[in-house]
Ligand binder design. Structure first.
Ligand SMILES: Nc1nc2c(ncn2[C@@H]2O[C@H](COP(=O)(O)OP(=O)(O)OP(=O)(O)O)[C@@H](O)[C@H]2O)c(=O)[nH]1
Ligand SMILES: [Mg+2]
Length: 321
């Protein structure tokens, strides 16, 4: 056992501050219960640490947020190299520069700034320079994805809403799409079960290159899995790398795979490369997609159109007429 560990499993002293809020660790019963740990206390500095590290959040960190109201979880599914992490990094850079104009919403901070920096650091746009991209998301041993936190204030309703965006490796979704109980796909299953909003990513680059047949097949299987598991939650088809051309046949097949079983799904196209002639450094479609996500509320279901003939509000969705 690492002698500098706290006895509480969900406490990460000395990487973070005390999970029970003690600024003086000698007063924390959980810390002092581990004698070896407390004898190593003198090695710790006097810095006041906060009880979170700022990296991508893990499950143990979620207590913070859940205290406010359950955060909205945005599950981003797609195969390896599809551009999922890049999408997250691009949003963060736009928010950080104040370049996002969202109707009625204001970016109100994040508990995982270091995590966002890690995904966005390599992606900084400079006019005239192509972006370089974040590293491949490694599987770790994880059963749960990295979670990146964003909080937005609703100007009209004066309310904060927390969002957790999943950053999971594509391998997980490949395994889960073939077998939802596959041990290698448990993290994807976690995403699929917890998400309030699901994005299914279609990688235009993979769908146009040499391996396009297998990319299309893999996408169809993933879309089928999502349709079977989504239980009425909002879904969006997100074409990434919108700057890459795809044949109309492939586009049709991808749309069919999504809209066939999920006719209410929405469709977006994003790219981190701005269109020539347009404003540099804003990419394509990124804000539209974020705006749609922020417009959704938990449990927002599409009710059928009320029948006009019936004006009694109690029977507005049709009585036994
Ligand atoms: N042309 C183009 N390429 C892009 C764009 N976004 C991402 N890419 C390319 O796609 C690669 C993979 O992007 P990632 O964001 O790491 O993909 P991912 O889905 O997170 O992949 P895994 O973590 O392996 O599952 C990048 O290294 C880029 O080469 C884009 O908007 N346009
Ligand atoms: Mg990734």
């Amino acid at each position: 056992m690492d002698m500098r560990r706290c006895t509480r499993e969900t406490c990460f002293v000395p990487d973070t501050g005390c999970g029970l809020g003690h600024t003086d660790l000698t007063k924390c019963p959980a810390w002092t219960a581990n004698e070896e740990a407390s004898s190593a206390l003198s090695e710790l500095t006097d810095e006041v640490l906060l009880p979170w590290s700022g990296s991508a959040l893990g499950l143990a960190d979620l207590g913070f947020l859940a205290g406010r109201a359950r955060p909205m979880v945005v599950g981003i599914a797609g195969s390896q190299n599809a551009g999922k992490t890049t999408l997250l990094g691009a949003w963060y850079l736009l928010l950080g520069r104040g370049a996002v104009k969202l109707p009625n919403k204001v970016f109100a901070g994040s508990y995982s700034l270091a995590g966002w920096e890690a995904v966005a650091g390599s992606l900084r746009w400079d006019p005239g320079y192509p972006a370089s991209f974040p590293p491949h998301t490694t599987s770790r041993s994880g059963r749960a994805p990295g979670l990146l936190h964003l909080s937005f204030r609703d100007e009209r309703r004066r309310r904060l809403t927390d969002y957790l965006m999943t950053d999971a490796p594509g391998e997980w979704f490949q395994k889960w799409s073939i077998n939802r109980d596959s041990p290698g796909g448990l993290g994807a299953r976690w995403v699929a079960e917890r998400a309030d909003i699901l994005l299914i990513v279609a990688d235009r680059d993979a769908l146009s290159g040499e391996g396009m047949g297998s990319a299309r097949g893999a996408f169809q299987v993933l879309a089928g899995r999502m349709a079977a598991e989504r239980k009425g939650r909002p879904v969006a088809l997100v074409w990434t790398k919108a700057d890459v051309r795809v044949s109309p046949d492939v586009e049709k097949a991808v749309r069919q795979a999504v809209f066939g079983p999920m006719p209410d799904a929405r469709e977006f196209s994003v790219s981190v490369l701005s269109r020539s002639g347009s404003e540099p450094g804003v990419g394509v479609g990124l804000i539209e997609l974020l705006d749609w996500i922020l417009s959704l509320h938990r449990g927002s279901v599409d009710l059928p159109k009320p029948s006009v003939a019936n004006s009694d509000p109690l029977f507005i969705y049709g009585g036994a007429s």
